[in-house]
Ligand binder design. Sequence first.
Ligand code: 13P
Length: 241
Amino acid sequence: MRKIVIAGNWKMYKTQSEALEFLQGFKSELEDTPDDREIVLCVPFTDLDILSKMLHGGRIQIGAQNVHWEAAGAYTGEISAPMLTELGVRFVVIGHSERRQYFGETDQTVNLRLKATQKAGLTPILCVGETKQQRDSGETESHIFSQLEKGLVDVDQQNLVIAYEPIWAIGTGDTCASIEANRVIGLIRNKLSNPHVTIQYGGSVKPDNIDEIMAQPEIDGALVGGASLDPQGFARIANYR
Ligand code: 13P
C-alpha cells in the first residue's frame, strides 16, 4: 500500500513564535482529517525542537529541510541526521531545487544525504524536477531519470518519499497540469525497484487545486511551499477531498 503524505515546506519562513502561532490555528482544523494520510511540517532547524515538543504523540509529523551526510565532524554550520533524530524529527527534504540551484547541491551529495538520513532512521523526501528550459527542449524525462539514477545508488526504497517538483511550477502560480504531473510521476514509478514508494507532486499546490491533484491515480501526496504558511489554507490542503 502506498502511503499518502501531505507535507508543508516552510523554506526560510517563520520564527519560533510565528511557528507557534501557526500551530494554534492549524491543529484545530485537523480534528476531522481522515486517517489515510500523514501530515508533515518541514520547518527551519530553529523551529524543530519546539514544534516537536508541542506535537509529540499527535498526528502532525516534523521534517527538516536538509541534513549533512556525516554523523559528526568539523563541518561548521552543518546539522547531522542523529541530531535530528534526537529531536523527534521523522522526515528530511533532500535535494530541493533551491538547494541544487543556490547551494551547490549535486546528485552525488544528494545521494550521500539520502543514505545518512536512512541510516539515522529518518525518511528522506527526495526532490526531482526539470527547469522550464529542459521541459521546452524535451529533456524532462531524461533529466529526471538521471537525477533518480545518480541519487538513488544504494538507497533503500522501502524508506523513501519522492517529490516531483517541476522547477518552473515552484512559487510561480503556474501549476503543472495534474494530468501531466500524473504522467511524469508514473514514469518515475516505473524506474523504481519498489512500486510502493510514495511520490508527491510539488509546485504551486493551493487549496483550490489540491482536490484535482489528489484525484490523480499516481499522485500520493503533495509538497507544499507558499500555501503551507497559512494555517487555514494548509489545513484545507491536508483535508483534501
Ligand atoms: P510552492 O508551493 O510555493 O510553489 O513551492 C513548492 C516547493 O518548492 C515545495 O518544496
